[in-house]
Design a binder for this molecule. Structure first.
Ligand code: FPP
Length: 242
């Protein structure tokens, strides 16, 4: 790899965020967890709107994991309602702001109404390209790789691929993220230093930032500061610098 490519200090084009801490934020205020999720949804708008000025062309956010079904039924139902309302209320502004929205994750387990709102929003914003917002909904990295392997096995069974075609590039084409570049930077809020099954394959060479701030308190200003830290890092992608 050319030295310039690994030492240039530019901002991250693709930022992925694990939006953690909504529950604790609500608890600190003596309010139900869903209150925190609603406050978290408001931050999503602020962070998306900040992207163009910060040089972020792709933003991927973790909204609901394949493990989140283990939460209480009322929290899960409240989150699903919130996602429906978010799409209904934000669609027009997202379109106007030039945001292209796409979803990753397994849609099979999501209710029909939500899936049709997701499909419509993807279609409605498909000509935008100012910011590429990807929302991970019922998403898990292992689940995604497993589904990709299954689809690839099916193609082999049908004779459209052979085992010799199986390499990282081919597998990548079966992932939900086939339309996305790999993330440059993964941010997790709320002080937890885990990746929790988020973009496991895609983050192989990503930088990580673990921030103490709870997601509902994470402002566009702090987002800008975190991106500034990234600018001072040197990415080597496994190479040794001369
Ligand atoms: C993690 O905080 C957050 C979630 C599981 C949900 C993320 C959802 C939002 C930010 C709401 C809106 C999103 C969209 C796209 C409209 P947590 O509940 O695990 O917090 P805790 O660790 O403090 O309990």
């Amino acid at each position: 790899m050319a030295k310039d490519a690994v030492t240039e200090h530019t901002g991250p084009g693709h930022v992925a965020i694990i939006m953690d801490g909504n529950g604790r934020w609500a608890q600190q205020r003596g309010r139900p967890r869903l209150f925190g999720h609603h406050a978290g949804a408001k931050r999503v708008r602020e962070i998306v709107n900040a992207c163009p000025d910060l040089g972020v062309s792709h933003l991927t956010i973790f909204a609901f994991s394949t493990e989140n079904w283990k939460r209480t039924q009322s929290e899960v139902a409240g989150l699903m309602r919130l996602f429906r309302r978010y799409i209904e209320r934000e669609a027009r502004d997202l379109l106007k702001e030039g945001v292209r929205v796409r979803f990753i994750g397994d849609r099979m387990k999501l209710d029909d109404k939500l899936v049709s709102l997701m499909d419509n929003l993807e279609m409605l914003t498909s000509h935008n390209d100012r910011v590429h917002l990807t929302i991970a909904l019922n998403y898990g990295g292992r689940d995604e790789v497993t589904r990709a392997a299954k689809k690839m096995a099916f193609e082999i069974e049908q004779g459209r691929l052979t085992h010799k075609d199986v390499d990282a590039e081919t597998l990548g084409r079966f992932l939900d993220t086939q339309f996305l570049p790999d993330p440059d930077l993964v941010i997790r809020t709320s002080g937890e230093a885990r990746i929790s099954n988020f973009l496991l394959w895609q983050s192989a060479y990503a930088e990580y930032e673990f921030i103490d701030t709870l997601w509902p308190d994470f402002t566009a200003e702090e987002f800008g500061q975190v991106l500034g830290n990234y600018g001072n890092r040197e990415r080597r992608f496994g190479a040794v610098l001369a």
